[in-house]
Design a protein around this ligand. Sequence first.
Ligand SMILES: NC(=O)c1ccc[n+]([C@@H]2O[C@H](COP(=O)([O-])OP(=O)(O)OC[C@H]3O[C@@H](n4cnc5c(N)ncnc54)[C@H](OP(=O)(O)O)[C@@H]3O)[C@@H](O)[C@H]2O)c1
Length: 238
Amino acid sequence: MKLAGKTAIITGASSGIGKAIAQDLDALGMNLVLTARSQDKLDQLAASLKNAKVVAAAVTDPDVPEKLVDFAIATFGQLDVVINNAGAMTVGSIEEVDIEAVCQMVRLNVESVYRLAYMAVRHFKQVGSGFLINTSSIAGLKTAPQYGAYNGTKHAVEAFTDALRMELAGTGIKVSAIAPGTVATNLYDHWSEDDKNYINSGGALQPEDIARCVRFVLEQPDHVLIPRMLAVPTNQPV
Ligand SMILES: NC(=O)c1ccc[n+]([C@@H]2O[C@H](COP(=O)([O-])OP(=O)(O)OC[C@H]3O[C@@H](n4cnc5c(N)ncnc54)[C@H](OP(=O)(O)O)[C@@H]3O)[C@@H](O)[C@H]2O)c1
């Protein structure tokens, strides 16, 4: 897809991977709708970009995905790309894991991904083109003790993405999953030092590394689709 002049929604754009994707797609001349809960961070980011608008909202609010699609079309006249990226990571032992945080993670990592994906793809079907990218994880391809709830959310994203891709074959609409290994972001801010040391034991990618993967997937010619891109730190022993 030629990206200059096209419009993208990016969820989880206030930090980490989403912010880096926004900076990259802005440099390619895209119009952007940036969303997350932190208005101040989004405003600061948008001010540094050429053509970005901010929608500060919790994407877990069931009304928000449809509002994002409507806002993008009303503001820029078209919607071409959706980066379904917002996510959280709660892990822990059976005895200690915070079950309420797990359920909030499921709402964010799964329910809101499904809602925005269906809204976006319904629009893409009306116009006959579009590209949906869901941020998955290496944790969507493998499992680990104490990571089960997060593994489940990202396995759901992988399965959903692959099934959508097949359902949309022949429609001109593309769907891909980006599956990072460890990336240095705020995702682990609330973790214990031991857990942080474990996840970083093979080093960490930078958010810009994942943005480059997203751009590579998006920029393929019409007849090429990369259904999943897995990118891990070279020394990650997972
Ligand atoms: N970092 C890694 O090692 C890694 C590896 C594999 C996959 N991933 C995936 O990459 C994606 C991005 O994560 P990240 O690593 O960039 O972490 P991050 O820096 O913590 O970014 C998470 C983003 O999600 C937003 N968010 C969180 N809860 C939200 C809610 N309820 N409603 C709307 N937005 C919400 C956050 O913004 P606000 O707080 O402002 O709302 C933030 O912009 C996630 O799906 C994550 O699972 C990360």
